[in-house]
Design a protein around this ligand. Structure first.
Ligand code: FAD
Length: 468
């Protein structure tokens, strides 16, 4: 049965694009190296018609399909299980920019386009595609939409969902839904686009998307500020919102231990504010000259120092210095990964609840897992924290996770939900948080999610074991 499916797949996409056997780690192991699977085959179609044909062939054979883009997801949603019976469908070869419409401010890209290539294409058209995250050199726009990625510009531009106007999708039956559209207004029945965005490859396979573009800011200025507490950082956020308005495009928070991991694993990087308990990265993008915008940011920071929200600050003097400051922030996930596997939480809270959460949680976790090291950083402007727990120094990460993960998750998520927050802010559910979703979502919400899944994918062959 599988042998004849493999023959069919070879006939559909070409034998060279059906990979089997050893040497497929890049597809079978996730970015964090937490999930290791084995695929029946890795199939690499070239266009949407081939994707649809592959899906039809797999469905006819009763074989499950796991869609994959850049394989940078953090919740184990895009790698096959260990059965050796799932087809890994890579979208990497669907990598064409189909169109840029500079009057309509839209760009249509195929799902396998790497995010950075989409940003570059927009830039070459004189416009901005603002989705930005540390994995942008390898994640794909299809994966970004499938996981409704957030990133560092959500404060101003919204997450992936808000940046998408239309989609082209292969359904679990292998039909092609041509939903590409550059319209800002289109109320024609249920919003199918929004159903697929954030569905993590469980409802359909995104093959292309029409994305929103924006005018490029005339100048972008970046600063780092040292704050003594999270309360002070929230005070700075309010001040920055009031003074900079929509010009405030980034507001990232980093605890001292997160920065010390960067210093440990990337000692060549600069250390602009050594000893800061909390470091904030602010970005201002405005319509005036760079000099004027830098002056605005400088005035804001001086006021924050006067009001004792900030103890020290640096403003990047050039684009390369600005990139270096962003690079420090973006190196935190890599530094964590070098330090070893951790217990990961990607949580959202009302901004007002974050200072209390951080203080209470640190105390509770020291009791629950003595010596464990909290790595706290994230997109404070969006109320989104990455609140991770690294094993105590000298303890093997796997042993630490086996002993503490269940209890630690319970403590963190109980508190998050008590405060009206979410246990999955931007990374999605995948395999990692599936049980959490089943246990902690309202039965009504779960019932609707399961009904939607059953209606679109009655055989349950699209990314099984993920989300619901
Ligand atoms: P994959 O990892 O390949 O897949 C992710 C999920 O989408 C899987 O469930 C997969 O089955 C599904 N999928 C992939 N492509 C398709 C498709 N075409 N159609 C249907 N389903 C599909 N996330 C944030 O939100 N904000 C951040 O700031 C952020 N920073 C990150 C930093 C680093 C260093 C890393 C490694 C990851 C980060 N992430 C962040 C995680 C983020 O979810 C991914 O980087 C990205 O959005 C996933 O894109 P991908 O192409 O790699 O998808």
């Amino acid at each position: 049965m599988n042998a004849s499916l493999i023959d069919t797949l070879r006939a559909l996409v070409g034998a060279a694009q059906v990979l089997q056997g050893e040497g497929l780690d890049a597809y079978e192991i996730d970015w964090r190296k937490r999930y290791r699977g084995r695929a029946l085959a890795v199939v690499r179609p070239a266009d949407a018609a081939e994707v649809a044909a592959v899906v039809r062939a797999c469905v006819a054979a009763g074989v499950a399909i796991v869609p994959q883009g850049g394989n940078t997801g953090l919740v184990g949603g895009g790698v096959p299980d260990g059965s050796g019976q799932q087809v890994l469908l890579s979208l990497a070869r669907l990598n064409r920019i189909r169109e840029i419409d500079t009057d309509n401010l839209t760009l249509t890209a195929e799902a396998g386009c790497v995010l950075q290539a989409v940003q570059q294409a927009a830039d070459e058209g004189g416009l901005l595609f603002p989705l930005s995250l540390a994995a942008e050199g390898s994640c794909t726009i299809g994966g970004n939409l499938a996981s409704n990625a957030g990133g560092t510009q959500v404060l101003r531009y919204g997450n992936a969902r808000e940046l998408c106007l239309g989609l082209e999708v292969v359904t679990p039956k292998g039909e092609l839904w041509a939903g590409l559209s550059g319209l800002r207004k289109n109320n024609t029945g249920y919003d199918l686009r929004d159903l697929f965005i954030g569905s993590e490859g469980t409802l359909g396979i995104i093959t292309a998307a029409t994305l929103k573009l924006f005018p490029k800011p005339a100048a972008t200025v970046t600063a780092l500020a040292a704050c003594d507490s999270v309360e002070a950082a929230v005070g700075l956020l309010n001040l920055a919102r009031a003074r900079l308005g929509p010009g405030l495009t980034g507001f990232e928070l980093m605890q001292a231990f997160a920065m010390s991991l960067v210093e440990r694993h990337f000692p060549q990087l600069p250390k602009p504010l050594p000893g800061a308990a909390w470091t904030v990265l602010l970005e201002l993008a405005g319509t005036e000259t760079e000099e004027v915008e830098r002056e605005r940011l400088s005035a804001l920071l001086e006021l924050a120092v006067e009001r004792e929200m900030v103890s020290d600050a640096v403003i990047a003097a050039s684009i390369s210095q600005s990139r270096a400051l962003w690079h420090l922030r973006e190196s935190i996930p890599l530094a964590q990964s070098e330090e070893g596997l951790n217990i990961k939480h990607d949580i959202a809270l009302p901004v007002s609840a974050i200072p209390g959460f951080v203080t209470r949680m640190a105390a509770q976790l020291q009791q629950a897992a003595p010596g464990a090291r909290v790595v706290c950083f994230g997109h404070l402007g969006d109320g989104n924290l990455h609140y991770n727990l690294q094993a105590p120094e000298g303890i093997v990460a796997d042993e630490f996770l086996a002993a503490h993960e269940g209890h630690v998750n319970e403590l963190v998520y109980d508190e998050v939900l008590r405060l009206g927050g979410s246990f999955s802010a931007e990374h999605g559910i995948g395999a990692l948080k599936r049980e959490e979703l089943a246990q902690r979502s309202s039965p009504v919400a779960l019932g609707m999610m399961r009904a939607i899944k059953a209606a679109l994918d009655p055989a349950g062959l699209l990314n099984p074991g993920r989300v619901v």
